[in-house]
Ligand binder design. Structure first.
Ligand code: TYM
Length: 326
């Protein structure tokens, strides 16, 4: 199994619910590889001075979420250069047409002229395909927004295998049943995201309890004051019910029956969410005290990852006819 996350430092509730907590749950059932995708972070403008710290911080959040580097392989993408090399070969298999259909590229370039977007942003999904295929991943646990990129991975793996012989495992996507898409609290038809226009709609794992409470209490609902789990017609209320359900382990439909007004729903959701995130924040604080230890863990992770990645890359080079170095 493989999955990845961008090194944004702090993560938001969508990342935690849609991905991280499931990664921790799945690490005992799979040979799990978790990658902090720092090369993907270069596709939009970035701050070189802050990137290393954010990479370490993201690794610490993963561990605070329960990922155990003794059981799972935790590493940084740029420490295993085989990803980039495979990306180049796959660039010559992927087509402009299929990359043009990627919704995330369209969304990220919507407000700007596409001409000024970096080539890396357009090519981003192919690097992701390389991340997955280089570990022979059977399963890729992600949130709903990454489903299309895993579909692309399947298509490219199949195309490659048809042209050059069985080389890659064709992976399956694993999206959680509940919480695969957490929505922005202010714009409940958009996914929760760190780059949202207003930070008020995004709960960060590091938000203090009073900040979480304020954000939940100000969440946009709708004028009819009845509580029902109906994501299509009542997106704001349904998002709150999803968050409450994830935090309490109950079903959102069942929870809806206990409320007649929005006020108590918001109060209970805020309280449950604060308790749900508290252990992550506390474990993070301990880990943050020793960045050297995190860097040591990432070094070991990269060595293990590189062993697997190197073998796959050798297989690929052979399949496409690149002359081995004597
Ligand atoms: P990233 O860093 O944007 O997000 C990390 C994970 O969080 C999930 N997620 C959400 N889940 C539910 N609700 C939301 N609002 C929400 N927002 C984000 C994402 O689906 C993801 O699982 N391209 C990837 C990183 C990547 C990757 C990979 C993933 C690079 N290579 C290989 C899997 C396999 C990304 O930008 O995720």
């Amino acid at each position: 199994m493989l999955s990845g996350i961008q090194p944004s430092g702090d993560v938001h509730l969508g990342n935690y619910v849609g991905a991280l907590r499931n990664w921790a749950d799945m690490q005992d059932d799979y040979d799990a590889f978790y990658c902090i995708v720092d090369l993907h972070a270069l596709t939009l403008p970035w701050e070189p001075a802050r990137l290393p710290g954010r990479t370490v911080q993201t690794a610490q959040i993963l561990m605070a979420s329960g990922i155990d580097p003794e059981r799972a392989t935790l590493f940084v993408q740029s420490h295993v250069p085989e990803h980039s090399e495979l990306c180049w070969i796959l660039n010559c298999i992927a087509t402009m047409g299929e990359l043009n259909r990627m919704v995330q590229f369209k969304e990220k370039t919507r407000s700007k002229a596409q001409d000024s977007a970096s080539v890396g942003l357009f090519d981003y999904p192919v690097l992701q395909v390389a991340d997955i295929l280089i570990y022979d991943a059977d399963v890729v646990p992600v949130g709903e927004d990454q489903r299309q990129h895993v579909e692309l991975t399947r298509n490219i793996a199949q195309r490659f295998n048809n042209r050059f012989g069985e080389t890659f495992v064709v992976p399956e996507v694993a999206v959680p049943k509940l919480g695969a898409k957490i929505y922005d609290l202010q714009e409940p038809t958009n996914k929760m995201s760190k780059t949202a226009e207003s930070p008020r709609g995004t709960v960060m794992v590091f938000d203090e309890p009073d900040v979480i409470e304020r954000k939940i209490k100000r969440a946009v609902t709708d004028p009819q004051s009845n509580v029902r789990f109906d994501p299509e017609h009542k997106p704001g209320v349904s998002n709150l019910l999803t968050i409450l359900a994830v935090a309490t382990g109950k079903a959102p439909e069942e929870l809806a029956e206990s409320y007649t007004e929005y006020g108590p729903l918001k109060a209970d959701t805020a309280a449950a969410l604060i308790e749900f995130l508290r252990p992550v924040r506390e474990r993070y604080r301990e880990l943050a005290e020793d960045p050297g230890e995190t860097e040591r863990i990432l070094k070991l992770g990269a060595e293990k990852a590189q062993g697997v990645a190197g073998a796959t890359l050798a297989r690929v080079k052979d399949a496409v006819g690149l002359l081995p170095r004597a």
